[in-house]
Ligand binder design. Structure first.
Ligand code: NAI
Length: 333
């Protein structure tokens, strides 16, 4: 039995070894996210970067007997970020401050916008071909910030930039199962729009629960949109979702890697440079995306939605447009 487990643990089933970098690896999300990436056999070279603590996290994780090398990089070291990013395939960015009770994600803009801008600059200079997965909030604005920085450096590839909205997707699966008494692992909910409050739109009409009574459905939608507040309140000043976010981030990273490897039919919702509502001035939008060897392979339309969901979408678009413009303007100014 042990021999079998050990063999699985040490053998790398992946045909292509992948380098993955976490920027902000010492933080609440960064640490468990790095742990989950250390357990992923698609990852063979894991680089952890933070202003503080990355070396310790890397030393700790390096004792886990999976088939990857893990190294910590510090901002103090000369070329720390450069070496963390050099030739990497996938970069995850959970660097930045999290919310405290009473704050919206937009309240984080004044601090996180410049952190993300500077890290995006480092990505453009050292890993211009990498897939970049943005976790730092407000995602609706930080993704446009990364895009603008990459454009200004002449290395923007819209197929390789992703806002991670997977936490909304996993919350939707969990919460719908709680109100319906079903198995969360088999509940799939398409979540579109953006990643904050009313810009998060779970499409209940496309699930097997489309006949759920209105009151119950409205409460469910509200809980999915504002589920993050439950965690912020319960942590009482000590931050926002970290563990569930780490699981969500690791799941999305695994999907991106599966796409790069050429696995068929890898589809996940993500906030990407999207043609869906560009004619209305909305440059980025979350909808199901097929992931492939070049990154985004196909962006699916939102499909048929109910009149109530159409109303939610109209409200989402107003806010989303402003959030995106705020991010873009920050870099341009
Ligand atoms: P945290 O404060 O625990 O960790 C953030 C880490 O980033 C710290 O270790 C800090 O040293 C590091 N950092 C700050 N500036 C940096 C820089 N310039 N370079 C490298 N590292 C830097 O925060 P936590 O809880 O990990 O949250 C991180 C971000 O993720 C926040 O912006 C939060 O709002 C966001 N978030 C996003 C979610 C999503 O669904 N996309 C869900 C939950 C949180």
């Amino acid at each position: 039995m042990f021999a079998k487990v050990a063999k699985r643990a040490f053998s790398s089933s992946t045909a292509n070894p992948y380098k993955v970098t976490v920027l902000g690896a010492g933080g609440g999300i960064g640490q468990p996210l790095s742990l989950l990436l250390k357990l992923n056999h698609k990852v063979t070279d894991l680089r952890l970067y933070d202003l503080k603590g990355a070396a310790g996290v890397a030393a700790d994780l390096s004792h886990i007997p999976t088939n990857s090398v893990v190294k910590g990089f510090s901002a103090d070291a000369q070329d720390g970020i450069k070496n963390a990013l050099k030739d990497t395939d996938v970069v995850l960015i959970p660097a930045g401050v999290p919310r405290k009770p009473g704050m919206t994600r937009d309240d984080l803009f004044s601090i996180n916008a410049s952190i993300v801008r500077d890290l995006a600059t480092a990505c453009a200079e050292n890993a211009p071909h990498a897939s970049i997965l943005v976790i730092s909030n407000p995602v609706n604005s930080t993704v446009p910030i990364v895009a603008e920085v990459l454009k200004s450096k002449g290395v923007y590839n819209p197929k390789k930039l992703f806002g991670v909205t997977t936490l909304d997707v996993i919350r939707a699966s969990r919460f719908i199962s709680e109100v319906s008494g079903t198995n969360p692992t088999t509940e799939k909910v398409n979540v579109i729009g953006g990643h904050s409050g009313i810009t998060i739109i779970p499409l209940i009409s496309q699930t097997k629960h489309k006949l759920m009574e209105k009151e119950k459905r409205d409460a469910l939608i509200h809980r999915i949109q504002f589920g993050g507040d439950e965690v912020v309140k319960a942590k009482n000043g000590a931050g926002s979702a970290t563990l569930s976010m780490a699981q969500a981030g690791a799941r999305f990273a695994n999907s991106v890697l599966a796409g790069l490897e050429g696995e068929a039919d890898v589809i996940e919702p993500s906030f990407v440079d999207s043609p869906l509502f560009k004619s209305e001035g909305i440059e980025f939008f979350a909808s199901p995306v097929k992931l492939g060897p070049q990154g985004v392979e196909k962006i699916y339309s939102i499909g048929e939605i109910s009149p109530e969901e159409q109303e939610l979408l109209d409200k989402c678009k107003e806010t989303l447009k402003k959030n995106i413009e705020k991010g873009t303007a920050f870099v341009k100014s």
